[in-house]
Design a protein around this ligand. Structure first.
Ligand code: PRT
Ligand code: MG
Length: 216
């Protein structure tokens, strides 16, 4: 395997990609949770993993700084997917993109009344498309994190955020009122790299695909 760079974010994406890498015979030599290294060598001499922010994975792959990467569908939608080939749903880091409001706020009624809603989110593009398709007028407020706080302090009427266990919403007295879409992570590949390093990259894609098909 010659000169392959794989972009991953630490945390759930790194953890859940490990078994897929193992299926392709690739074992990282360090754990990004304990190592501060941003370039991690693997057991395969030509293969390395670079550790980047989850939302930066598509950018590294788009510009060819990484040949492959793993990114959530949420992140790919916001990025736009330019220059990327996304051949595989890895079915990892699964969650749901939801609209949530404070408990007691009658969302369906507000929508029915044609109210203009203030919606805070990190996922502006997803939110814009969702409400436009429903014909709901919204003022979108871009946040970078802690979306759950926005309705509690009057910054927004609703949020668009990812939900997995629902624990975060519950802890902040919010309820999910609408599912926008299910989310999981995709393998993304730089299109030029695929042409130049076809056999190596195809071997990795095939191993990942078999591992995904075999997992429950
Ligand atoms: O954390 P950082 O700001 O660096 O970036 P990130 O949040 O994008 O990275 P990371 O590693 O947290 O998430 C990477 C990917 O995992 C995301 O792009 C999603 O595709 C996927 N994923 C799966 C999730 C969740 N589940 C998830 N629950 N990403 C975030 N969350 C957050 C959610 O935003 C909310 O704050 O967890 C909270 C809700 O979780 P529950 O279990 O309380 O419902
Ligand atoms: Mg996070």
């Amino acid at each position: 395997m010659n000169g392959i760079t794989i972009a991953l974010s630490k945390g759930r994406i790194f953890e859940e990609t490990l078994p897929l890498l193992a299926a392709a015979g690739i074992v990282p030599k360090e754990n990004p949770e304990t190592s501060r290294k941003l370039i991690i060598e693997t057991n395969q001499p030509g293969v390395r993993v670079v550790i980047v922010r989850a939302s930066d994975v598509p950018t590294y792959v788009q510009y060819g700084a990484a040949d492959l990467g793993v990114a959530g569908k949420d992140v790919l939608i916001e990025h736009g997917g330019e220059g990327l080939y996304a051949p595989l749903d890895l079915k990892i880091a699964a969650c749901r993109m939801m609209v949530a409001v404070p408990a007691g706020f009658d969302y369906q009624n507000a929508v029915k009344q044609g109210a203009r809603l203030k919606v805070a989110s990190k996922y502006i593009k997803t939110a814009r498309e969702h409400f436009a398709a429903k014909g709901v007028h919204v003022d979108l407020i871009k946040l970078y994190g802690s979306m759950e706080l926005a309705p509690l302090v009057g910054l927004a009427d609703a949020i668009v955020d990812l939900v997995s266990t629902g624990g975060t919403l519950k802890a902040n007295n919010l309820v999910a009122v609408e599912e926008i879409m299910p989310i999981s992570s995709r393998l993304v590949v730089n299109q030029a790299a695929l042409k130049i390093k076809t056999s190596t990259i195809q071997t990795i894609i095939d191993a990942f695909r078999r591992a995904v098909e075999q997992s429950p």
